[in-house]
Ligand binder design. Structure first.
Ligand SMILES: *Cc1c(COP(=O)(O)O)cnc(C)c1O
Length: 248
């Protein structure tokens, strides 16, 4: 198990390095985030004990279950799933340092209220639905600038950039269009010079499309399967939580 994970990490790091070289970027411009949904704390630990520092969960329940086992190993914990407002207090309790899936004003408001009460701040990325798929969360691209502007008004929320899940397609150019769109939105927002907004991070690219994302400017790639192996649940179980899968 350990050997597999370490071997896969070597492969992924090489893929990142090669993609950076291809596009004339420095390898240190791209961070590897491990998407750890369904992965046991024991397996995550292997990665954290061998140089990895950034992990992320999709569900608060999993964050909670693994917290005690991982808390003594230094690392950063991001949140990349659909966040229900009644789970905000858990996000704070379990030391999440960045919510990458901020996709609506109501969530920003509630998060801000809670952060104010606890005298804390939180890094956030605005999640954009660049693939125009009904099943995916994320703000519509046409509303992304406006949402960013509104969120910037909340003093506890530190906007660091944008996040997207690209289209699932074997046609690289269609996937690339999603990443280009995110990059364009980033540039548009930068040109607006909105106070309290940093737009350095572009979180895009996963196991299957990280090269394309890096070519288009990704600063964070989120990788699960290619490091930890296939998951038993389909991704829709994680992504369609409220939209189409009521029982979750
Ligand atoms: C699961 C997940 C990933 C990683 O997907 P893989 O294809 O397993 O690399 C990236 N981003 C989000 C939001 C995820 O839920």
């Amino acid at each position: 198990m350990k050997e597999d994970i370490l071997h896969n990490l070597t492969i992924i790091n090489n893929r990142i390095k090669n993609a950076c070289e291809q596009s004339g970027r420095n390898t240190d411009e791209v961070k590897l985030l491990l998407a750890t949904k369904t992965v046991s704390a024991e397996r995550i630990k292997v990665a954290l004990e061998h140089g990895q520092t950034l992990i992320a969960e999709n569900k608060v329940q999993e964050l909670k279950e693994k917290y005690d086992d991982l808390k003594d190993i230094p690392h950063d914990n991001h949140f990349i799933g659909h966040l229900q407002t009644n789970k905000i207090k858990d996000i704070l309790r379990y030391d999440v340092t960045c919510v990458q899936s901020l996709d609506r004003l109501e969530l920003a408001e509630k998060l801000h209220q809670r952060l104010l009460a606890e005298n804390k701040t939180m890094n956030v990325l605005i999640q954009v639905n660049t693939s125009n798929e009904e099943s995916k969360f994320g703000i519509d691209p046409s509303e992304a600038v406006e949402l960013t502007r509104k969120v910037s008004g909340f003093s506890t929320l530190k906007i660091k950039g944008l996040m997207t899940i690209g289209l699932f397609s074997a046609e690289t150019e269609k996937v690339r269009a999603c990443f280009k769109m995110l990059k364009n939105l980033q540039q548009e927002i930068i040109h607006e010079h909105i106070p309290n907004v940093e737009m350095k991070e572009l979180s895009m690219g996963m196991s299957g499309d990280l090269e394309t994302a890096i070519e288009e400017g990704a600063t964070i790639v989120r990788v699960g399967t290619a490091v930890f192996g296939a998951r038993i649940y389909p991704d829709s179980y994680y992504w369609n939580e409220c939209k189409t899968n009521k029982k979750a």
